[in-house]
Design a protein around this ligand. Structure first.
Ligand SMILES: [Fe+2]
Length: 231
């Protein structure tokens, strides 16, 4: 399994506090069958510059690197970019998951901004990127079914669901009412630490495998992972 969303870099954002915590998180993910973890620290354009973000990310990665060995999942670099009006004018290629054209984007927890679909469409069509919609299920309280349909109709999107949201059949079925069966779907642990927000990949996969819709989603995850540029 690939974990497409994590906050595992030490002292980078609101994720792992230090190297030992980062290693504990990676170790847990590895035990749950994750063989690749994409580190996707938050990028908030309003509070950060591209230069300082990449310098910090590289520095944190280098702190962790000496401790990594074959017993841990492979670690790749990426970012989780909070959307903003006008963002499609920025070149987002450097923020994509290492070696891919996959850009993980998150939205504010509010009703869908009127400019959102257009900004994403521009990033996809003009920059040729595949947009990964971070934890789409977390917007269900704010987004209408029509909003969700508009996002899913974009030409090159992948839905990312958080494993945390898939730890019970009840939660899975309430999400399924809104998302039905997206063509392209991946999972992310969105792990922030080693206890209260630890990786839940194993539990999510177990829940998914117990229901018909869940098994459809797992098939979609498997298919999507094959279509996407190799990580
Ligand atoms: Fe996140």
């Amino acid at each position: 399994m690939i974990d497409y969303h994590s906050h595992v870099l030490p002292a980078m954002d609101d994720g792992a506090k230090d190297v030992p915590m980062a290693l504990a998180m990676l170790e847990q993910a590895g035990r749950q069958g994750v063989d690749t973890v994409v580190a996707t620290p938050h990028f908030y354009a309003a509070e950060d510059t591209t230069e300082s973000f990449f310098a910090r990310r590289q520095n944190r990665y280098e702190q962790l690197l000496p401790a990594l060995n074959a017993q841990y999942p492979q670690l790749l670099l990426g970012a989780e970019v909070l959307v903003w009006e006008g963002m499609s004018k920025v070149d987002w290629r450097p923020f994509c998951m290492q070696g891919t054209n996959l850009l993980l984007v998150e939205f504010p927890f509010s009703t869908m901004p009127y400019w959102l679909v257009e900004e994403l469409e521009n990033i996809i069509l003009v920059q040729g990127l595949t947009v990964v919609l971070a934890h789409l299920e977390r917007y269900i309280p704010w987004y209408t079914k029509q909003n969700m349909a508009q996002l899913l109709d974009l030409p090159d999107v992948v839905v990312q669901l958080d494993c945390d949201s898939l730890t019970s059949g009840f939660r899975l079925h309430s999400i399924a009412k809104w998302l039905k069966a997206p063509d392209r779907m991946v999972l992310g642990t969105d792990m922030h630490n080693a206890d209260t927000r630890a990786p839940q990949m194993e539990k999510a996969v177990r829940t998914l495998s117990r229901s018909r819709i869940g098994r459809l989603w797992l098939d979609s995850v498997e298919r999507t992972t094959k279509i996407l540029p190799e990580l």
